[in-house]
Design a binder for this molecule. Structure first.
Ligand code: AMP
Ligand code: ZN
Ligand code: FE
Ligand code: FE
Length: 287
């Protein structure tokens, strides 16, 4: 039987609830051959994950997830096989985190205005010391009884278009892809359904444009995908000459219905997918 891999997941370095070491330990329990840790805007979790992987016999692919500008929906670019010690990447991550800091302060004041006072310290308390994002606000809002569930926190307050939503100043798609290439990685369009394209033709147009900016691969398996969406994306990848990737987007308790390696039971990413991505990354690595 082919061993499975999972090339998209989060730890306490961003908005997951398990530490990088715990993520790797769970991957071992789940029998995964390899995982990629792809925290939002940071490589801070990678050294711990890589060390745990060596100890436990799970390959850890160094990764990251960067949000990019898009008029409709959201565009997330995952980088795989990045150099975790690349200085330029570190600098660019610091800039993205500074931008998040400004946004977090705005969310705090808006929630106070809306009669749901929260402090930055309370939110930080939910973050495990990593990059702070909306899921941490949602957790505090549940704890303080402002909403019943995290979903309600997003749907009523934090999601795009809702009263406590603030956009981040995002990178252009080309910049986010270059940021990953410059650090030796391959650039992957994550969970393509979030691009909110109406049908196969529109998706192919959006993907062709990203490919023009250097995109290497697209996730053809992701946590919310239906069989039809995966088949459609597979066809687009084939026609555009892109590599495939896939993963659960595991976040631990912040997405309790997502299981590592299988998501909601519909994904199955095999080791050959990882090997093709590795071959694409190798010429870029400078070490
Ligand atoms: P941020 O990076 O701070 O904008 O937060 C993005 C994270 O919030 C993503 O990783 C999602 O897991 C989560 N998220 C975004 N929209 C929703 C939603 N409508 N419901 C639940 N979680 C969401
Ligand atoms: Zn996340
Ligand atoms: Fe994402
Ligand atoms: Fe993600």
């Amino acid at each position: 039987m082919d061993r499975l891999v999972d090339l998209h997941m989060h730890s306490t370095a961003s908005d997951g609830t398990l530490t990088p070491g715990e993520v790797v330990a769970m991957a071992r329990e789940e029998g995964l051959a390899a995982i990629a840790l792809t925290d939002h805007d940071t490589t801070a979790g990678l050294p711990e994950a890589i060390a745990a992987g060596r100890r436990l016999g799970v390959e850890v692919v160094p990764g990251i997830e960067i949000s990019a500008k898009r008029e409709r929906g959201t565009l997330h670019i995952v980088g795989l096989f990045i150099d975790p010690e690349d200085g330029r990447l570190e600098e660019r991550c610091q800039a993205l985190q500074a931008e998040r800091g400004r946004r977090n302060e705005r969310i705090v004041s808006r929630l106070c205005e809306l009669g749901m006072p929260v402090t930055l310290d309370e939110v930080r308390g939910k973050s495990g010391g990593g990059v702070i994002g909306r899921p941490h606000f949602a957790a505090v809002m549940v704890e303080k009884g402002y909403v019943a569930t995290r979903e309600e926190a997003f749907d009523r307050w934090l999601a795009k278009g809702q009263p406590a939503y603030f956009p981040k100043a995002l990178l252009d798609p080309a910049e986010s892809i270059a940021m990953i290439h410059d650090a030796g990685g391959v650039a992957v369009c994550a969970h393509p359904s979030q691009l909110r394209c109406a049908g196969e033709h529109e998706l192919e147009g959006a993907i062709a444009e990203l490919r023009h900016h250097g995109l290497d691969a697209i996730e053809t398996q992701w946590s919310t995908a239906t069989a039809e969406e995966m088949a459609l994306t597979e066809r687009v990848a084939g026609r555009q000459g892109l590599l495939r990737s896939g993963g659960s987007d595991f976040h631990g308790g912040n997405k309790p219905d997502i299981r590592m390696g299988v998501a909601r039971g519909q994904i199955r990413v095999t080791a050959d997918v990882l090997e093709a991505l590795r071959r694409a990354a190798r010429p870029r690595a400078r070490t």
